[in-house]
Design a protein around this ligand. Structure first.
Ligand SMILES: Nc1ncnc2c1ncn2[C@@H]1O[C@H](COP(=O)(O)OP(=O)(O)OP(=O)(O)O)[C@@H](O)[C@H]1O
Ligand SMILES: [Mg+2]
Length: 332
């Protein structure tokens, strides 16, 4: 980053109300939001990230939830460390401008994305994480709970100043189940919001608030925000689940992703063991659900297909799974 660019940004802040368009990023940014807990925001974030990285994309995950489930699930910080009072550099300190991006970001071990035998592949996919820290993000949530545009643009500003768009194709933001300042920051930073929901009454009853919040952010600070889609998670083969899905299709039409993520116990097991659906033994169905979702995400984000993604798409379409073998790095 040239110091000139930094100075320009600071100058603009002093003179006028900031807007999302003041902070260019360049990556495609998707925020997972739902006020209701347990609907699959984190599960979607980490498995979609793994599917994208497996397909050769460079992905940044911002763990914007003080609980830090995504951070611990992707093995970049231990559960104990997450809850220690002393904060390591994390998303919260980045948003406050206390620590630079390169001291915050952590790379996910390749075993999360690639089967062991194929580690060190040449395809270029990675996942980096801006980790959560419990106390730090909680306090940022309180500090930024103000009625100003500046307080909603901290995440976008931090990502823009770090120049992340030069490296990452996608940024996925995992949010807490709330409508608070951190979630507003995620929507102000994002191009798209994605609404995961369970085909159940309680999950379906909390969606209006999310649309209202998106309208508010769009009309005040980020006019480019749009709904990427509503994702049915934990679809089951029961009458209740099927009836709910019919109702959701009527309500959301084309906004509903065609892909539904099935209710698969293997997703809980893989999470428990710090793996993604992409590499966990016996999780081919789950991996393919996330790959199908990935192709819809790529299309809705109007992102180019990598060569590996093209191969994967052909094999998914012809139901010829397992996925094609990747080129492994030549051993020296
Ligand atoms: N498709 C699925 N099949 C089976 N289990 C699932 C599925 N999706 C999510 N789960 C499980 O449901 C639980 C809640 O999911 P998750 O943590 O992703 O929700 P969340 O929306 O992030 O919750 P919170 O708002 O509390 O952060 C987890 O234990 C997860 O493993
Ligand atoms: Mg979560």
């Amino acid at each position: 980053l040239s110091s000139g660019k930094l100075n320009n940004n600071i100058g603009r802040e002093r003179t006028a109300s900031p807007k999302a368009s003041d902070y260019k990023i360049g990556s495609r940014i998707v925020a997972m939001v739902h006020r209701k807990g347990g609907v699959g925001k984190t599960t979607t974030t980490i498995n979609l990230a793994a599917a994208l990285a497996d397909a050769g994309y460079k992905v940044l995950v911002a763990d914007n939830d003080p609980i830090g489930n995504a951070t611990s699930a992707m093995n970049v910080v231990s559960f104990e460390e997450l809850n220690e009072p002393d904060a390591y550099p994390n998303l919260g300190t980045l948003m406050l401008g206390l620590t630079p991006f390169n001291t915050v970001v952590r790379r996910v071990p390749p075993g999360f994305i690639f089967p062991e035998a194929e580690a060190g592949s040449d395809e270029g996919g990675v996942i980096d994480v801006l980790p959560s820290h419990h106390d730090s993000l909680e306090s940022v949530d309180v500090q930024l709970n103000k009625d100003t545009l500046e307080s909603k643009l901290r995440l976008r500003r931090a990502l823009s100043l770090a120049g992340v768009g030069d490296f990452y194709h996608f940024i996925l933001i995992d949010c807490s189940p709330s409508l608070g300042a951190l979630v507003k920051n995620a929507m102000a930073a994002a191009d798209f919001w994605l609404l995961p929901m369970l085909p159940e009454r309680f999950s379906m009853e909390t969606t209006n608030e999310m649309f209202d919040l998106a309208d508010f952010i769009q009309s005040t600070v980020n006019p480019d925000l749009s709904l990427m889609g509503v994702l049915i998670n934990q679809a089951k083969n029961t009458n209740v689940s099927k009836a709910a899905i019919v109702e959701l299709r009527e309500a959301y039409g084309d906004s509903l992703f065609n892909t539904q993520i099935r209710d698969l116990a293997v997703l809980r097991q893989s999470q428990f063991e710090g793996r993604s659906a992409l590499t966990y033994k016996g999780s081919r169905e789950a991996a393919n659900d996330y790959r199908r979702l990935m192709f819809e995400v790529i299309e809705r984000a109007d992102a180019p297909l990598t060569p590996r993604a093209q191969e994967l798409q052909a094999s998914l379409n012809s139901e010829m799974s397992p996925a094609p073998k990747r080129k492994t790095a030549s051993k020296k």
